[in-house]
Design a protein around this ligand. Structure first.
Ligand code: GAP
Length: 565
């Protein structure tokens, strides 16, 4: 509850707006705003502030989540540690991570804009993907293909015929959604358990027209994969790669989803990061499949279990799955690499793997595994891994009449490589990182966004402890220097506590403060977001220290003692 208080300082009266909040069973008072020196002015300002706050919260709930009756506290922050997807969307909007597309026109379902912090975080995720799967390897090259390609692409790929979903509506509660064809008759309404009625089957490809005079129908790409198949020979020849090697791409894809939902999870425009790994068709074993891959642990729901109508998970290893003949070594190698990347991002513990049943395999796949993540709205697909075999190259050879075979030096024969395809929904990775990182910290009475430092949008915030040219001059110089290598932020407004809170909320892993001692000793404090511990570092060492700690070096030893910087 908010109330006005008068404080006497040197016999003069000052009015403040305070609020009592219950934290850990105890009532704590927090000052919300300074209201001025007169009672009348204070009452007017307080009313204005409280009206604005309650309107803001109501507007947020009404506009974004008409169908939800979420209770959001006045501050807009709900306290449980597990955030709902609606709260996450509101948080992302409030902090400038993600906005609805065309907000001024009331939004546009299935389309989203990344704001300044979101764009930075998203870029860092894509860069890390690229580093891990492309530039750190010798057997992978990247491309960036056009979004619209020759319409025959989609005939050859099978998307024109088979890339469709079935729109259904619940007979009991009118919930409309989409189902995969293989789910028809087997799945009940996710909201009330009622039976679904089929509304129709819809192809997911977005149509467009190319050219003005003789407009030709074309399609926005529904997956990035096709360019990697169509350009396969050109890429192989120009990059001089020998089998086995892969072609990777990150790019926007478009699907005319029947029921976009769950914030970024199911949208109509989204980003896929994927690669096609080309292997000699007779090569079943992989030289790269070593103990690091065999020993990767996972929780698996296999096809047989699901065919019996169950969803039981069991603990297994990639090596064990190969022994059970669920997948060959190359397929297993890539599934393991995907899980290793997710471990690097800190997402592994909420991941499970689901083997596709024969009845639900895509038209191009002979074996598929979904990598699911426990989102706040359930365990859902984050990434996938399909054995596409020779399907796509063969289809493009048939449709284009071009020769996409390559010459095998060993057997002196022409061959069509087989393909393993690991694929990632990049917005879904973004969403998983935010749900994993979001934490309401009771002690701080504030949100702390625990993003891994190497992905955080802002790497460090630099504060002069008090306003004043001496402090500001040093801080500005540090910012100028750091900005050449890192995205850092300069913040000189508000109390130090408030500046820490603002940065904790957006996931800034380190705060650098220039204080009184800095002037004498030429050093600063670096405060860690997650532990709130601080250490002093010489100004000349900040850059190197930051470089190290962003990439996983630690500031403190196991006993909590700071290392010497
Ligand atoms: N080339 C293979 C392919 O496109 P997919 O499973 O259809 O496979 C790849 O899509 C990934 O894209 C999925 O694993 C999922 O993470 C993501 N994805 C699929 N549909 C999406 C949508 N409507 N919105 C956001 N991400 C989506």
């Amino acid at each position: 509850m908010a109330f006005i208080v008068k404080k006497k300082i040197h016999s003069r009266g000052y009015y403040y707006l305070n609020e009592n909040r219950r934290v850990d069973g105890k009532v704590k008072t927090k000052t919300l705003a300074y209201l001025g020196k007169s009672k009348k002015e204070a009452e007017r300002k307080a009313k204005e502030i409280l009206d604005k706050r309650s309107k803001l919260v109501k507007k947020e709930i009404k506009k974004d989540f008409l169908d939800k009756k979420e209770v959001v506290e006045l501050s807009g922050i709900k306290k449980p540690t597990e955030i709902s997807i609606e709260e996450l969307a509101a948080f992302c909007k409030r902090k400038g991570f993600v906005f609805r597309s065309s907000e001024i026109y009331g939004g546009f379902a299935g389309f989203w804009d990344f704001g300044p912090l979101g764009a930075e975080l998203f870029k860092n995720i894509k860069d890390d993907f690229w580093r891990f799967f492309v530039t750190e390897r010798n057997d992978m090259v990247g491309i960036e293909a056009s979004i619209i390609s020759h319409p025959q692409t989609w005939k050859a790929s099978g998307h024109l015929e088979s890339f469709s979903d079935v729109a259904v509506i619940c007979k009991k509660c009118n919930n409309s959604t989409k189902l995969d064809k293989s789910e028809l008759g087997k799945v009940k309404c996710e909201k009330c358990g009622g039976d679904y009625e089929v509304q129709g089957e819809f192809n997911l490809l977005f149509k467009t027209n190319v050219g003005a005079l003789e407009a030709n129908e074309a399609y926005l790409r529904g997956e990035t994969a096709q360019a990697m198949f169509m350009d396969f020979r050109l890429i192989q020849e120009t990059s001089r790669k020998q089998l086995p090697f892969g072609i990777a791409q990150i790019g926007r894809c478009f699907r005319n989803e029947i029921a976009p939902r769950d914030f970024l999870f199911r949208s109509r425009e989204f980003t896929i990061g994927e690669f096609e790994f080309f292997i000699h068709p007779e090569e079943k074993n992989s030289k790269l499949f070593d103990n690091d891959h065999k020993n990767v642990k996972l929780r698996l729901t296999d096809a047989q279990t699901q065919e019996k109508g169950k969803e039981t998970l069991r603990e297994t290893t990639i090596g064990e799955m190969v022994r059970e003949n669920k997948l060959d070594e190359w397929h297993a190698y890539w599934l393991a690499e995907q899980l290793i990347w997710f471990e690097r991002l800190g997402l592994k513990e909420k991941i499970k793997v689901r083997e596709h049943m024969k009845s639900e395999l895509s038209h191009y796949s002979s074996a598929t595994f979904d990598i699911d993540y426990e989102y706040p709205f359930g365990s859902k697909e984050l990434a996938g891994n399909a054995n596409r075999g020779q399907y796509d190259l063969t289809q493009h050879i048939k449709e284009s009449k071009e020769n996409l075979e390559i010459f095998d030096e060993k057997t002196k024969k022409k061959i069509i490589p087989r393909v393993i395809e690991p694929t990632f929904g990049m917005e879904r990775v973004f969403l998983a990182l935010l749900t994993r990182g979001y934490e309401y910290d009771k002690a701080r009475d504030n949100v702390v966004l625990k993003l891994p430092p190497f992905l955080a949008p802002v790497k460090a915030a630099v504060f002069p402890i008090v306003k004043g040219s001496k402090f500001e001059k040093i801080a500005e110089k540090i910012v100028r220097d750091l900005k050449q290598e890192f995205n850092v932020l300069y913040d000189k407004s508000g109390s130090i506590g408030r500046r820490y809170s603002r940065n904790d909320e957006i996931g800034t892993p380190f705060c650098i403060t220039i204080d009184g001692d800095s002037l004498k000793k030429e050093d600063v404090t670096i405060r860690e977001r997650d532990t709130r511990k601080q250490i002093r570092v010489k100004i000349s060492n900040i850059k190197e220290t930051l470089r190290g700690i962003i990439n996983g070096e630690v500031l403190f030893d196991k006993a909590g003692k700071p290392f010497n910087f």
